[in-house]
Design a protein around this ligand. Structure first.
Ligand SMILES: O=C(O)c1[nH]c(=O)[nH]c(=O)c1I
Length: 308
């Protein structure tokens, strides 16, 4: 079964990447994914200029049908990931940046522009867990302003990581903004921000930061992820590709994301829970579904979701 995709000048020989934040903080984590036959590319942990320890622990918990996290952007610092991208990969590396200010984002993007990096860059506009900082992509004016500033000098392929939206008018408004820019891709969705999990035994929240509020991932968020992928596929210029992220735990979930229009698929919570073997399982489960339906190539079904 043919499973590949292209975003800008980058060819992915397969469908799967990790979701930024999972299995991608250190070189060894990234190398392990790069070496995995069923992984087509890797995304680095979103970077800030300086390294960060992140929020106090416990800051990640697996739940019955997903996860909750308030990591707080722990990372080794931008140079670490740029170096990785420049020296190590056999497969595509997507560099994720999440500066704490517009200036910090522009500084990192300038360094990428001036470097020999020729892969994809992803501007994370949706981190929900930096205390005191909003998810930037919920501010449409600020989003348009930062993309205008970025594209005034950044000439390499650039995508954005978006939070989930929950209102069709917001899809219209956000897509209208994104269509103004020569984006390589949109990665949708990030975790559903500021969920809360309560442990009835301890009568307590389960993560320490932010009084227990954190981003929700995993099966809980699949309907929201599918809606966002579909909504943006229907609204964005075809030249803007889609990375479908959120709620993938089975081959059927992958198939659903593809029907909604995803070009490649990112796996987060289920990678955290199951480890890198998840990619072989998802590949096999998807291939079985495609065989059963007599599809030879993903291109035959991508974006072909039917309505009633
Ligand atoms: O807390 C985090 O580090 C984090 N957690 C998320 O769920 N999404 C993000 O984009 C980030 I930057």
């Amino acid at each position: 079964v043919k499973m590949d995709a292209q975003i800008a000048n980058v060819k992915f020989d397969g469908l799967f990447i990790n979701a930024s934040g999972v299995h991608c903080q250190l070189n060894n984590d990234l190398d392990e994914l790069q070496a995995n036959t069923f992984v087509a590319g890797t995304v680095t942990k979103s970077a800030t200029l300086a390294s960060r320890p992140g929020n106090p622990r416990p800051r990640y918990v697996d739940l019955a049908h997903g996860s909750i996290n308030s990591m707080g952007l722990p990372n080794q610092g931008f140079d670490y990931y740029l170096n990785y991208a420049l020296t190590r990969p056999s497969k595509p590396v997507i560099l994720s940046v999440a500066g704490l200010s517009v200036a910090e984002n522009l500084k990192m993007l300038t360094q990428i522009q001036e470097s020999s990096f020729d892969g994809l860059t992803e501007l994370n506009l949706s981190c929900p867990n930096v205390i005191g900082k909003p998810q930037l992509a919920y501010d449409f004016q600020a989003t348009e302003e930062i993309l205008t500033a970025v594209f005034s000098f950044f000439k390499k392929p650039l995508g954005v990581k978006l939070p989930p939206y929950f209102d069709l008018v917001h899809f219209d408004q956000m897509a209208a903004i994104l269509n103004k820019f020569p984006l390589s891709h949109v990665n949708s969705i990030n975790s559903i921000g500021n969920g809360l999990w309560v442990d009835p035994v301890t009568e307590s929240v389960v993560i320490k930061p932010k009084n227990g509020f954190g981003g929700v991932g995993g099966a809980y968020i699949l309907p929201t992820a599918l809606a966002n992928v579909r909504a943006f596929r229907m609204r964005l210029n075809p030249a803007i590709k889609l990375i479908g992220t959120g709620g993938v735990t089975t081959g059927a979930d992958v198939f659903a994301h593809l029907l909604c229009g995803a070009d490649i698929i990112a796996v987060g919570t289920q990678l955290q829970v199951e480890g890198p073997l998840v990619f072989e399982r998802l590949t096999n489960e998807l291939a079985a579904i495609m065989d059963e339906k007599n599809y030879q190539d993903i291109a035959e079904l991508r974006g072909k979701l039917k309505t009633l």
